[in-house]
Design a protein around this ligand. Sequence first.
Ligand code: ADP
Ligand code: MG
Length: 392
Amino acid sequence: MSTIRLENITRTFAPTKSPLGKSEQAIEDIEITSAPPRTDGLVAALDQVSLTIPDGKTLVILGPSGCGKSTLLRVVCGLESGYSGHVYYDDRCMDDRPPKDRHIGMVFQNYALYPHFEGHGNLSFFFRVRKVADEEAEERIRITSEIMGIGFKQLLARKPGTLSGGQQQRVAIARAIVRNPDLFLFDEPLSNLDAKLRVQTRTEIKRLLRRFGITAIYVTHDQVEAMALGDLVAVMRSGQVEQLGTFQELMTEPANTFVAGFLGTPPMNLFEGASLAGDTVSLGGSSVSLSDERPNQLLSHPHLTIGARPEDAILGDSDSAHLSGLSIGGDVLVIEPDFARQNRLVYLQNGDLNFAAQVPLDIPLNIGNTIEVTFPEESLFYFDGHSGERIC
Ligand code: ADP
Ligand code: MG
């Protein structure tokens, strides 16, 4: 059992260029999530990352592709040298300790099983390398099979090539467990599985994490996994941790527009280009009268981005909805029914503004209709228009 502490971890690489040069149709508008070059011309895959994972807890690292998640795991397990900063397990500094001496169980996206061994050989390899007596190894494998549950034993006699993705990942998880690790590391373990298996395997991982209470770091780009598995979630972007908290905290108190725009299905609407005058915020032709302390809190932020969750939308303008808030009209572009939640998600466009609103299933609505929705004032989030930091 260990508390894991990362102190100011920075890892840089030379920027990688496509050998073919820049494509003529290079896409400029997609948000670049990998690290921007620094003054020294290097790219920081990790930039001064400090994190503590409490003993027995699962920390999920959540972020888009290229933000540094795998590099972080590689630093934690000792596969990455050439970083600055320090890694501690409890109070033991691990910087010079090779991976094999760190008591880690790792599970990867691509399973990384030894293809020429059967399941059993994949589990026992660790013991053979360490010259553990056969009896003890067999006993550990037997206990692990029991823990893995129904149908697992049959997998031990088969080579990875004859197993489905889900079965291979079960063997890989068992291989991590059989070592009796102090620390579990998962790098997008569900990414190659289809939707149903993803749910099954996720539930299995959750059961195992609860059962063992082992400190774990779980890397994913999928917020559903973060919500299901993380005691704590760290949202990463461009080599930095943007926010650390419970999933609930990240949803209710996002620290900035990046976190707000990354979480939620669909994520929060972010209306840029709002401005403050007195106790009124204006956005295009709409305006919001601020309540409570907000005029004071916003005083030194003349340029604002307003955040509004689709699920807080109420059909109608503020007069007809009998509430104050941000009323905004738009043309219906796309309608997605959500039968499980008895509503549908409507994507709207108003000039340059695109936004989403949740509306009841039973209201007649067609593509091309123009509707007006109101986001109640107390449900709105305000961010600084330049830095993106949350104000209130
Ligand atoms: P993630 O796992 O979040 O997708 P990675 O940790 O794999 O991200 O990579 C983070 C950044 O570091 C990316 O910009 C990637 O191109 C860069 N990077 C990672 N490993 C190397 C390497 N060995 N050489 C050069 N650049 C690398
Ligand atoms: Mg990765």
